[in-house]
Design a protein around this ligand. Structure first.
Ligand code: CA
Length: 419
């Protein structure tokens, strides 16, 4: 991807709200989502612009987009994502040109713009496989210290490869979906045997999700630069985690059911191309990665992130300090011949910064429940209570405009009654 006319900071739209400096959905952004409205219940694909969504199905049907076959009358973005970076880029260019051209043909359609307040949003893509990584050095050090002690905090492999595990595509849900407190095996302190009960240490993980657009074949591998080109875009991702289930089950094969009950993503996919001006170098990697993981170009992104518990901001951090980039994660994933598919979702791993208010999980913010945090309403939390609502938000700050991700939100519901 390269910087082009769609990235100009002074570009303005005839959708006036998009020109407000704090608007999430500026004309430089153009994120894709799947929506319907009460007037038209058919699920279809649109682009958020200002306080509206542009109905791409209508535009595509009129022959105004470069897609080689219909891609926007679908219930997921997978068809469009599989078309590859050239089509993504051509489509973005046309949408950008038309939304900034006062005399655009797009203005001739009735109901081509629908207010965001009048739409329902759905899962933006069909998740093929979900893989979750562990790429923040601060997070890995904090969790390792709590689980194994400071001397063994970082495992010997951690600085040599992006550590990950295969998660569940079946439990990835879109923002707004309730999260039921899981039950599981828990080893309580002082008891010799585990019990089966609702988790008492229900937690969040603030992450970004990289959405794989183009695929790679089984038996082949991709370079870091090729991996960068395969990623269609990014979403906010909350990898809900039951710490008391996790700590008992995780050895020796890694997380399993403690992280397999819900993972919430934001409904708009912000494209890799929209984020091009916000690429930055990550921390220097020492020891130097093996050749297949070496990266010369900047593959991290400067994205401001916040976590709200109800209305209280409990964490503020930035995506740019992740030790391993998503391009390195994807290259590593394919390095043994694992086929990567359109719709694969790669969780970055919990994003924690270096100060105590920049941790991406309650486990770290409260140091495994030892230091409760206080909310604006005067109550305190160690882990989540039933009825709690967590909202992730994020944006990249341009010169006078924003590339906003919207929200990833979820509320905790009590566990279902025992089967
Ligand atoms: Ca995670």
């Amino acid at each position: 991807m390269v910087i082009n006319s769609t990235h100009k900071a002074d570009l303005k739209s005839w959708v006036e709200a998009a020109n407000e400096p704090m608007c999430s959905f500026s004309i430089q952004n153009l994120p894709y989502g799947v929506f319907n409205s009460n007037e038209n219940l058919e699920k279809r694909i649109g682009v958020a612009i200002g306080d509206h969504v542009l109905d791409l199905n209508m535009i595509e049907k009129a022959g105004l987009l470069p897609t080689p076959k219909p891609a926007f009358n679908k219930q997921s973005l997978n068809t469009f994502m599989a078309m590859g970076p050239k089509i993504w880029s051509k489509t973005r260019k046309i949408i950008s040109q038309e939304l900034s051209n006062q005399a655009s043909d797009f203005r001739g359609f009735s109901n081509v713009l629908i207010p965001l307040k009048d739409i329902n949003l759905f899962m933006p893509f069909m998740v093929s496989d979900y893989t979750d990584f562990y790429a923040s050095r601060e997070h890995a050090t904090n969790v390792g210290t709590m689980f194994r002690g400071a001397d063994n905090a970082l495992m010997p492999n951690w600085l040599h490869m992006p550590i990950g595990y295969n998660g569940r595509a079946s439990t990835v849900v879109v923002s707004g979906t309730d999260v039921k407190r899981p039950r599981g095996q828990i080893k309580l302190p002082g008891l010799d045997a585990p019990v089966f009960q609702p988790s008492q240490k229900l937690d969040i993980e603030l992450e970004m999700g990289a959405v794989v657009g183009t695929c790679s074949d089984i038996g082949s591998s991709v370079s870091v630069d090729q991996a960068q080109e395969m990623i269609f875009g990014y979403v906010l991702l909350n990898d809900w985690s039951a710490r008391d289930i996790q700590v008992w089950e995780y050895q020796p094969l890694g997380p399993f059911l403690g992280k397999a009950f819900a993972t919430t993503i934001s409904p708009w996919i912000v494209t890799t191309e929209a984020l091009e001006p916000f690429r930055v170098y990550g921390p220097s990697q020492n020891p130097a990665p093996l050749d297949y993981l070496k990266q010369a170009a900047p593959h991290n992104y400067d994205i401001e992130l916040e976590v709200h518990l109800q209305s209280t901001i409990i964490s503020k951090t930035n995506y740019q300090n992740m030790y391993w980039s998503s391009a390195q994660q994807l290259a590593h994933h394919s390095s043994g011949g694992c086929a990567m598919r359109t719709g694969d979702l790669l969780g970055s791993g919990t994003i924690s910064g270096s100060n105590p208010k920049s941790m991406g999980s309650l486990l770290e913010l409260t140091w495994n429940g030892e230091n409760p945090i206080e909310l604006d309403d005067g109550t305190t939390r160690t882990f989540l209570k039933d009825g709690d609502t967590i909202t992730l938000s994020g944006y990249a700050q341009g010169d006078g405009y924003r590339i906003g991700f919207g929200y990833s939100t979820g509320s905790i519901k009590p566990p279902s009654s025992r089967p």
